[in-house]
Each structure stands twice: as C-alpha cells, then as structure tokens.
Design a protein around this ligand. Structure first.
Ligand code: DOR
Ligand code: ZN
Length: 391
C-alpha cells in the first residue's frame, strides 16, 4: 500500500480553504483483532484521514472481545504497530467491553479506555449483558471508577421475542421489525434509570427513535449526566430505502421512519443530541449481498462523515458552527480525549459524487454511492503533517 505523501503546512497555500478542527469519530469498529479481512488500522486510518477524521474511538466487539486488561493492552500494541506500518499517527481511544464474567476488570482499565461499552442487546459478536443484576453491577462499578458508560440500547428480551415472530423472513425491510423501536426505547429508559441510580455518566449510542430523544431531553432537564449520539445513516436513510438498498443498509439499531429522521435533525440543532458518530462497521460487499438472515449488520462510514455533514450545512439543516461542536468539541469533552490542534481544510463549494472507488476502507463500498455532496476535505493536518486527501 502506498504511504500518503506528507508536506508541512508551510509549503502549501491553504488560504483558499476553510480550516476546521479535525473531526473525531466517536464510534468505529476497525476490526482488530480478529476481523482484519474486513478492516484493520492501516486501511481504517487511511479512510479516516481521507474523511478529515484524525481521532477515532474503537469498539470492543472484536475476536476475542476486548473484555480484560490483558486484551486491552494487546489490542493497543497491535494498533500501534499497524499505524506505524502505514505512517499515520491517528489518535484513538478504546471502549472496554462489559461482559458478565469480567466485570471485576472495570477498575483496572478505567484510566486506559474512553468508556465501558455495554451491549444491552445482541449485535455483531457475542458481547451482551442480559441480566438486570449484571447490568446494575456494570453501572455501579463504572460509576465508582469514574468511567463513562456507553450503551448499545436495544432490549434483548424484546429482540428475542421479535426474532421468533419474524423467523425465516427473507425481506430486508423486516429488519426494522425484527429489532423493533420498542427495544430501543425500553433499553434507553432502563439505562437512564440506572445512570440516575448510580450517578453514572451515560452516553447513549446511535439513537434512532423520536421517543428516545424525549427520554434524553427530560433526563438532561433533570440534571442526569446523559449524552446522546446519532449516526450519519440514521440521518440519511429511512425504511423506505430498503427497497433500493436491501441488506446494504441493514444495521443495528435499524433505520427508522421519516418522522424519526426529522426528529433526529431537530435534536442535533436543539442540543438534545451531542454527537454524530458513524458506527463505521465494515463488512465485505460479498457478505452484505447475502440474503436477509445471512447478511451481517453494519455499514462503513468513517470517510463519509464530513462530506455528509458539510452537505447538510449547505442545505441549511445545521450551521457550520454546530457541525463543529457535534463532530469535534462535544465528543472530545464527553470521551475526555486529549486536546489536539489537528485541522481539516475543506472546500465548501466543490461537489462530488460518492463512489465505491473513492473508499479506502478495506470493505471497499459505501451505501452513499451515487449521492452528490457539496463540501469536501482537501487536506488533513495530523500532528503537523499535511495529508492531501481529495480524490
Ligand atoms: O450494525 C451494527 N454493526 N451494529 C452493531 O452494534 C455492531 C456493528 C458491527 O460490529 O458490525
Ligand atoms: Zn457500533
């Protein structure tokens, strides 16, 4: 793989571009260890800097899952080696995975990870906390260690019932019923109650429904330390898109209705939501093209975060200032990330059509292909090195 050319900022005239703080993607799955045929940190880092992202926070549903201090340290060594190989000193934070057998590890890793990630319902990989007792204990231990709790909020009992009801379905659109909105609402409600009980800081990941927004809004009003993330795919796709894209837009939690999408945009503007992540969850195109029931859930996104948000700015959905808060200042604060002066230089007037060929993730495809977006990164400055990134 070709290492990107580096120039120092002083060698290039950047005055024609708009300089923004480089983006933080608070939610990626770079698949190391165990899923390197889908992605690793060499391809993940390339995709990130080509999207103006210089910091990512990576999820623990690896093979094996990142649920012990030893595995966390081993994962960090692998990542550092891969980043060195590709010559991109990407900044990163790691989520630590909660599982019932290893909750005693939480105090040991509290200062080495950005948050405790709890899957309240099964998704990709086997990580899940199903019992109420274990969930309570996980919140209690995280709060005692001063560790942020990040939840994948889908209630496993509700998911299990729906799975039986729709067993055997070959229609991708069923996915939004197999993982019904009630599962997300119920789990978010439960997580907020636990955060209140233990005075934990809570980060609700990939919020997809308008009801969850109401829950977050009133919890914030009550003074609960709760933060909300949504994703670019929940902002850009609705269940109407299954007809066109099928399993390519199958992810967990699933895409919802137009009214949810509108509520998510409103919540980005009014401060109910704090961040936009991508939930960059690469799977190969061959895997994604399998029939519904066999295709894995998840889509890549780290490289398209910035152009999608800049296009939203162009269309008047949010202001540029608010976009910077959502994609830089807020994730830095919530996840307690070290300050960097990385920047991305963007051309707000250039229009380009998204294609699979542009994508540097090993997965090599994007559900946004064919969309014309206005506003693209041209250079990304990472630790004083300037990477040309327009393609
Ligand atoms: O769609 C998803 N894919 N949701 C998750 O929670 C996990 C992710 C993955 O790792 O593939
Ligand atoms: Zn995820």
């Amino acid at each position: 793989m070709k290492e990107p050319t580096r120039k120092t900022p002083s060698e290039i005239d950047l005055s024609r571009y708009t300089a923004l703080p480089a983006l933080i993607d608070p939610h990626v799955h770079f698949r190391t260890p165990g899923g390197e045929y889908k992605e690793d940190w060499k391809t993940g880092a390339l995709a990130a800097i080509h999207g103006g992202v210089t910091t990512v926070c990576d999820m623990p549903n690896n093979t094996p899952p990142c649920t012990t201090l030893e595995r966390l340290e081993a994962k960090r060594r692998l990542i550092d080696r891969q980043l060195k190989m590709v010559g991109i000193p990407l900044h990163y934070g790691l989520y630590f995975g909660a599982d019932e057998k290893h909750l005693d590890q939480i105090p040991l890793v509290a200062d080495q990870c950005v948050a405790l990630k709890i899957f309240m319902g099964c998704s990709t990989g086997g990580l899940v906390i199903e019992s109420d007792d274990a969930l309570d204990e996980a919140f209690e231990r995280a709060a005692a260690s001063g560790l942020l709790v990040a939840v994948h909020a889908e209630d496993e009992a509700i998911l299990a019932r729906a799975r039986i009801q729709y067993r055997g379905s070959k229609d991708p659109a069923t996915h939004s019923l197999v993982r019904p909105r009630e599962a997300a609402i119920r789990a978010t409600e439960k997580a907020i109650a636990l955060a209140k009980k233990h005075q934990a800081r809570l980060y609700v990941l990939h919020i997809s429904t308008r009801e969850e927004l109401d829950l977050i809004r009133s919890a914030k009003r009550e003074g609960v330390q709760v933060y909300g993330e949504t994703t670019t795919h929940h902002l850009y796709f609705t269940s109407e898109d299954y007809a066109r894209l099928g399993t390519l837009i199958q992810m967990n939690p699933p895409i919802r209705e137009k009214s949810d999408q509108e509520a998510l945009w409103e919540a980005l503007r009014d401060g109910t939501l704090d961040t936009v992540g991508t939930d960059h969850a690469p799977h190969t195109l061959e895997e994604k093209q399998r029939p519904y029931g066999e295709a894995p859930s998840g889509i890549p996104g780290v490289q398209t975060l910035l152009p999608l948000m800049l296009d939203a700015v162009f269309r008047g959905k949010i202001t540029l200032e608010r976009m910077v808060e959502l994609t830089h200042h807020n994730p830095a604060k919530i996840l307690n990330l070290p300050v960097s002066d990385d920047q991305v230089f963007v051309d707000l007037d250039v229009e380009k059509r998204v294609s699979d060929a542009m994508m540097l993730s090993r997965s090599g495809w994007t559900p946004y292909r064919g969309m014309t977006l206005r506003g693209w990164p041209v250079y990304t400055a990472l630790n004083n090195h300037l990477f040309p990134v327009s393609r």
